[in-house]
Design a protein around this ligand. Structure first.
Ligand code: COA
Length: 156
C-alpha cells in the first residue's frame, strides 16, 4: 500500500494513510494476477444515512483499465439501500472527473463547500450520489458484465 501511495500521492500520502488506517470501514483490494493494484474503503458512520467512500487508489501502471470503477461499484453493489440513501466522498481536482463519470456531483456546487487543503495543496470537492436498490443492482450488473470476480468470503 505504501509503495502505491508514495508513487501516486507524493506528499498527500500521510493523510491518505491515516484515513486508511483509522477508517472504521470495510476495505476492498483489487488484484490482477495475484498482485494487489488498488484499494478502496467503504465507511459507515453510525447514525448517518451516508455511505462514505475513502482512500481510493489504483497503482499508476494499472490506471485506466476500469479498476477504479470496479472498486467504486463493488462498494455500491455490496451495501444495502435500506441502510443508506446517499454515497459521499471527497475528491480532488484530479479525481473529480472520474467520479462525475460515475454520477457523483459536487455537493452545493458554487457554494463554499470547495476548499483548498493547505497541506496537500489541492482543492477538495465534497461529492454525493443518491443511493438506491436500483443503483446497487446496476453496480452488480456492471461487475458481472466485466467478469470482475468479487470475493465475498471475508465480507460481512
Ligand atoms: C481516481 C482513480 C482511483 C481512478 O482509477 P482508474 O482505475 O484509473 O479508473 P478507471 O480505469 O476505472 O476509469 C474509468 C474511466 O474514467 C476515466 N478517468 C479516470 N480518471 C479520471 C479523471 N481523474 N478524470 C476524468 N476521467 C477519468 C478513465 O479514462 C476511464 O475512461 P474510459 O472508460 O473512457 O477508458 C486513480 O486514477 C487513482 O488512484 N488516482 C490517484 C488517487 C486519487 O486521486 N484517488 C481518488 C480519491 S481523491
Amino acid at each position: 500500500m505504501r509503495d502505491l501511495g508514495e508513487e501516486t500521492l507524493g506528499r498527500g500520502l500521510r493523510e491518505w494513510e491515516e484515513a486508511f488506517h483509522y477508517s472504521g470501514g470495510f476495505a476492498w483490494a483489487a488484484e490482477v494476477e495475484g498482485e494487489t493494484v488498488g484499494f478502496g474503503v467503504a465507511e459507515t458512520h453510525g447514525a448517518t444515512e451516508s455511505l462514505l467512500l475513502v482512500s481510493d487508489l489504483v497503482d499508476r501502471k494499472f490506471q485506466g483499465r476500469g479498476i477504479g470503477t470496479a472498486l467504486v461499484l463493488v462498494r455500491l453493489a455490496t451495501q444495502s439501500a435500506a441502510q443508506f440513501n446517499q454515497v459521499g466522498l471527497l475528491a480532488t481536482e484530479h479525481s473529480r472527473g472520474f467520479y462525475e463519470r460515475l454520477g457523483f456531483r459536487v455537493r452545493d456546487a458554487g457554494a463554499e463547500s470547495v476548499e483548498l487543503d493547505p497541506f496537500i495543496g489541492l482543492k477538495i470537492y465534497p461529492m454525493v450520489l443518491a443511493f438506491s436498490r436500483d443503483l446497487s443492482d446496476r453496480a452488480w450488473d456492471w461487475l458481472e458484465f466485466h467478469r470482475v470476480h468479487v470475493d465475498l468470503d471475508s465480507f460481512s
